[in-house]
Design a protein around this ligand. Structure first.
Ligand SMILES: Cc1ncc(COP(=O)(O)O)c(C=O)c1O
Length: 386
């Protein structure tokens, strides 16, 4: 495509169009919602059980435990570890707040490892030194950001050697694969989100944990209902974090379409990649990432100069985009007590200035992608000719 000569007709391309997806499954969804409402059974129950039984094998795990959100899934995973005050948990500063929020809520201290610029995921070359410097690390939470997996082999090798628990934050990456293994089957536990914008999104909040460990599965199932296995008898101090039947019923309908929607996202990414390569705009991750055997593109992120200007220009021409994430977590006001300063995690700080997520949803048309790329081309073209 020659972006400088294509005539541009103005149109609207939102970052995400959930109404377009809903319109294709509306009747099925409404029938399921009616069924649950008529049953008047709203909490856990058969719908949640059946969803768990579908998600576990899909993620290559033996057990799946539904809960109220991805944030709670992370918190529950940490609760299951019986952390003591002063225990530490390693993650990256380049993730959604919930990861580090859960660490703090569980009473642990977050320890950060910077990310690598190609994937925005944990830089495993830095992990060993961080673990050496922090003997109280009890868990590592790698983020499978944007739909692509973190480099899990070196991480798991270090964790196993030191007896550290691995909790995958797979909130954005259901169905993603690392060397042929699904996100959710690689660490000791994994956390998923059914927030509406996720590839498998509910009609409200929802989340899930997966594990291959029967004892952990039993404990997590109890922790989500105030630590009880038998009503009114509490083995642990848990929380109320139940997935409700309405969400599970909606998710069971949507789950049938997940792979076809993911394929559409992948096809969209291929079109973008082809055009953006000709414009020297780096895509995250580069297509050559060897261990990433299935990327599910919850987000399609590029790295760009003059990011804020480009975002404003896209908006002016009807195109939605989003900055994930504008301020890395080590610099957030609420974590000031950790004592970090600008410059501590330079890659995260740089990416916070360069990252821009473009529309990638399944219903996006090739002509929409052409329009977005044309705008990117004309934005930089205009700058270069000034
Ligand atoms: C990486 C990551 N972790 C955790 C979460 C939390 O999930 P939820 O919004 O379902 O609580 C999200 C959601 O955006 C996320 O992107």
């Amino acid at each position: 495509m020659n972006y400088m000569t294509t005539t541009m007709v103005s149109k609207t391309v939102p970052l995400l169009d959930l109404k377009a997806q809903h319109s294709t499954i509306r009747d099925e969804i409404l029938a399921e919602i009616t069924r649950v409402v008529d049953s008047q059974k709203f909490i856990l129950g058969d719908d949640v059980k059946q969803l768990e039984q579908a998600i576990a094998p899909y993620c290559g795990a033996k057990y799946a435990i539904g809960c109220a959100s991805g944030s709670d899934a992370l918190f529950l995973a940490l609760l299951a570890l019986d952390l003591k005050p002063g225990d530490e948990v390693v993650t990256t500063p380049y993730t959604f707040f919930a990861t580090v929020g859960a660490i703090c809520r569980a009473g642990a201290v977050p320890v950060f490892v910077d990310v690598e610029p190609e994937t925005f995921n944990m830089d495993m070359r830095q992990l060993a030194a961080v673990l050496d410097a922090h003997p109280r690390v009890r868990a590592i939470i790698p983020i499978h950001l944007f739909g692509g997996c973190a480099d899990m082999d070196p991480l798991c090798e270090l964790a196993v050697a030191r007896g550290i628990t691995v909790i995958e934050d797979a909130a954005q990456s259901i169905g993603s694969e690392y060397k042929g293994r699904r996100a959710g089957s690689i660490g000791d536990m994994a956390c998923f989100s059914f927030f509406p914008s996720k590839n498998l999104g509910g009609y409200g909040d929802g989340g899930m944990l997966t594990t291959n460990d029967a004892a952990l599965a039993e404990r997590l199932s109890a922790l989500r209902v105030h630590g009880t296995k038998h009503k009114y008898y509490h083995d642990y101090v848990g929380i109320n974090s139940r997935l409700d039947a309405l969400q599970a019923a909606v998710l069971r309908v949507k789950f049938k379409y997940l792979d076809s929607w993911t394929e559409k996202r992948q096809q969209n990414a291929t079109i973008y990649r082809g055009v953006l390569a000709g414009m020297n705009v780096p895509v995250v991750p580069p297509v050559t990432m060897p261990y990433q055997t299935r990327h599910v593109y919850n987000q399609f992120a590029i790295r760009c100069e003059e990011r804020d200007g480009l975002q404003a220009y896209l908006k002016q021409h009807g195109v939605g985009s989003e900055v994930y994430y504008p301020l890395p977590l080590h610099l957030q006001t609420c974590f000031a007590q950790l004592g970090h300063k600008v410059g501590d995690f330079p890659v995260s700080e740089k990416l916070a200035k360069e990252s821009l997520a473009l529309p990638i949803y399944s219903e996006l048309q090739p002509s929409d992608i052409e329009y977005v790329c044309n705008l990117i081309g004309s934005f930089y073209g205009d700058r270069n000719t000034r």
